[in-house]
Write a protein that binds this ligand. Structure first.
Ligand SMILES: NC(=O)c1ccc[n+]([C@@H]2O[C@H](COP(=O)([O-])OP(=O)(O)OC[C@H]3O[C@@H](n4cnc5c(N)ncnc54)[C@H](O)[C@@H]3O)[C@@H](O)[C@H]2O)c1
Length: 256
């Protein structure tokens, strides 16, 4: 089995780092014309020249619209709604309006801003693939992370609904559950959890592993590899699925 994305045009949000970066780079290697944006220009500057980039905060729908105005006249085959932030680690009574709104803005509002622009183009083409980044926090509860959980459950519902709305037009919509992904973000989550509960970060690191059946962490590339399969012709009849690359997360909150 060989995956080729030759002739495909793909937009990945937040491609400067993490899974957005590995996904944009993988698509580029497989022959797609790739577009990405990020709030931080540092990572964008180190992407290959073949990838078109914009500095953009995905909570700014006008800024996203300006990007789509440049991309969409040439058509678009693949949209990866990757951007997401972890939000605060604190009990619900301590969450501020700003923290709640920011987490919702990046995790779910931005996915809406992108989906509503690509849907008409996908329908006119009678083809298209939409991938939404969910999280185990979008299928399980997670004490101390209520904004993120609320946003990611919204993403899961949005994904299921778009798969139903768009399926008759040969458009596939799937969600990805990345699990504990090695990298700076996971280190930040572990540090925040340890501080919030007065635990040793190494204990928290072990807790997250214990929460998965396979007791594991995964690499960003593993998530991107699944995305390559789903957006390729091999995934042509896979839609409405929320798929984990996570060693099967049983709980996000093993009691210490
Ligand atoms: N890392 C994990 O363990 C994990 C687990 C489950 C789900 N997820 C989800 O996967 C997706 C990618 O996560 P990641 O860990 O690769 O991300 P990350 O934290 O590594 O961030 C990737 C990029 O997002 C950019 N970004 C942040 N806010 C932005 C904004 N407002 N506008 C544009 N760009 C912005 C950052 O600058 C960074 O370059 C997210 O939706 C996240 O919620 C991650």
């Amino acid at each position: 089995m060989e995956i080729s994305l030759e002739g495909k045009r793909a937009f990945v949000t937040a491609g400067g780092d993490g899974m957005g970066r590995t996904t944009a780079m993988s698509m580029d290697r497989l022959g797609a014309e790739v577009f990405t944006c990020d709030i931080d220009p540092t990572g964008l500057a180190t992407l290959p020249d073949s990838i078109t980039t914009w500095e953009c905060d995905v909570t700014d729908s006008d800024a996203l619209d300006a990007i789509f105005d440049e991309i969409l006249p040439g058509g678009l085959d693949i949209m990866v709604n990757n951007a997401g932030v972890g939000g605060p680690t604190k009990m619900v009574e301590d969450v501020t309006n700003e923290e709640w709104a920011h987490c919702m803005g990046v995790c779910i509002d931005a996915q809406f801003y992108c989906a509503r622009r690509v849907a008409p183009v996908f329908k006119a083409q009678q083809s298209g693939v939409l991938i939404n980044m969910v999280s185990a926090a979008g299928i399980l509860g997670f004490p101390g992370r209520s904004p993120y959980v609320a946003a990611k459950w919204a993403v899961a519902g949005f994904t299921e609904t778009l798969a139903m709305e768009l399926g008759p037009d040969n458009i596939r919509v799937n969600g990805i559950v990345p699990g504990n992904v090695n990298g700076a973000r996971m280190e930040g989550v572990i540090a925040a959890h340890a501080e919030a509960e007065g635990l040793d970060p190494e204990v928290v690191r072990r807790m997250y592993a214990i929460g998965t059946s396979m007791q594991c962490y995964v690499d960003p590339q593993e998530i991107s590899d699944l995305i390559m399969f789903l957006v390729s012709d091999y995934g042509r009849h896979i839609s409405g699925q929320i798929i984990g690359v996570d060693g099967n997360t049983e709980t996000l909150y093993p009691r210490a």
